[in-house]
Design a binder for this molecule. Structure first.
Ligand SMILES: Nc1ncnc2c1ncn2[C@@H]1O[C@H](COP(=O)(O)OP(=O)(O)OP(=O)(O)O)[C@@H](O)[C@H]1O
Length: 333
């Protein structure tokens, strides 16, 4: 288990991590999501004692990292796959790690086998592709057979087969009762892997929720309606108790009602429809909306939503902070 309490990190004027409190539990994969610059790597470095918090606390199975007796047997991490001595062979890289941490030599062969690098074990790491480097980094994380595993953007640079492999690896590690904490800036990737989600933006906690809850709240369907009798139909929809949003381009979006009911209502009111199409908001869209206020580097013209209805979809997920809302009021770096 990893417990964060009010964890904060400032670099001069910049607050990289802002009062984070959450718990990463064993037996499940917890996805750690946030746009670029959200503070994911800084948080992970503090978990591993590589950065000192400005304030707050983070504990690994109840202890600070530097109080762990054999750290690699408690927590294994992949932070930066390139952070290794390229002149060493994969085998020797792992052997050095094992020997300096009191881990038996046989574990080197075991983890090389687990990550599929046995055939290139005697090759120098500097000749490795990004994907092979990721696998070697993961082998290092697994070396001490730790109860807790932490991976920072592990699918970066992996091909589809590699991505599939790492998804299964994370699930099976969690299935063995381990704590698995994995960062990503891709919601679509996390939707396939994580059981639980922690979302941050501008260093602040935006959501701490189960994946099924996040999906239920954010990927619900709606129906897009176009009609030349827009105002009249808007009144009819609202009178029937339906939640309607007006979006740019003149369309209406009706939440949580089957298209058939809307079609019947249009017939009753003799309203002509030009479009009646069920839609499914993607999780990626929901994530982008959730973090929109806190994205550090916006591309011009890439507004995350064209809704101007003032409705609350997607709603603040369970666990989102009260107060000034999730990322509200952020006006620039
Ligand atoms: N050593 C440092 N000195 C100053 N600012 C830093 C330092 N490390 C990180 N930051 C800043 O803190 C913020 C959070 O950075 P961090 O790397 O933790 O984000 P991230 O969520 O991991 O982003 P990415 O997905 O791009 O890796 C960024 O604005 C970054 O520029």
């Amino acid at each position: 288990m990893i417990e964060l309490e009010g964890l904060t990190k400032r670099y001069g004027e910049k607050t990289a991590v802002d009062d984070l409190t959450f718990t990463v539990r064993p037996g499940i994969v917890t996805g750690f999501l946030g746009p670029n610059g959200a503070g994911k790597s800084t948080t992970m470095r503090m978990m591993l004692g590589l950065d000192r918090p400005t304030s707050g606390d983070v504990r690994i199975d109840g202890r600070h990292y530097d109080r762990l007796k054999d750290p690699l047997t408690a927590i294994g991490a992949l932070l930066d796959a390139k952070a290794m001595h390229g002149g060493r062979t994969a085998y020797n890289h792992l052997l050095c790690l094992a020997q300096s941490n009191g881990i038996p030599r046989r574990r080197v062969d075991e983890v090389l086998d687990t990550v599929g690098l046995t055939a290139v074990a005697r090759k120098k790491a500097k000749g490795f592709s990004l994907g092979m480097g990721q696998r070697l980094g993961i082998a290092g994380a697994l070396l001490g057979d730790p109860r807790i595993l932490m991976f920072d953007e592990p699918v970066n640079g992996l091909d589809p087969e590699g991505i599939h492999w790492i998804r299964n690896l994370m699930k099976s590690l969690a299935g063995q009762g381990r704590t698995v904490f994995v960062s990503s800036h891709l919601m679509s990737e996390m939707a396939l892997t994580a059981d639980h989600l922690v979302v941050i933006g501008q260093g602040r906690l935006l959501a701490d929720t189960s994946m099924p809850d996040f999906i239920a709240r954010n990927s619900r369907g709606y129906v897009r309606v176009r009609t030349p009798q827009r105002e009249a139909f808007l009144d009819a929809l609202r009178a029937a108790g339906m939640a309607v949003a007006e979006v740019d381009g003149g369309a209406l979006e009706v939440d949580g009602v089957p298209a058939e009911r809307i079609g019947d209502l249009a017939a009753q009111h003799r309203v002509t429809l030009h479009e009646l199409s069920p839609q499914q908001a993607s999780l990626e869209e929901a994530f982008m909306q959730l973090t929109a206020e806190s994205v550090e580097y916006h591309a011009h013209g890439a507004a995350p939503s064209d809704r101007r209805d003032g409705t609350d979809r997607p709603a603040a997920p369970p666990g989102a902070r009260a107060g000034d809302g999730w990322g509200a009021g952020w006006e620039g770096k």
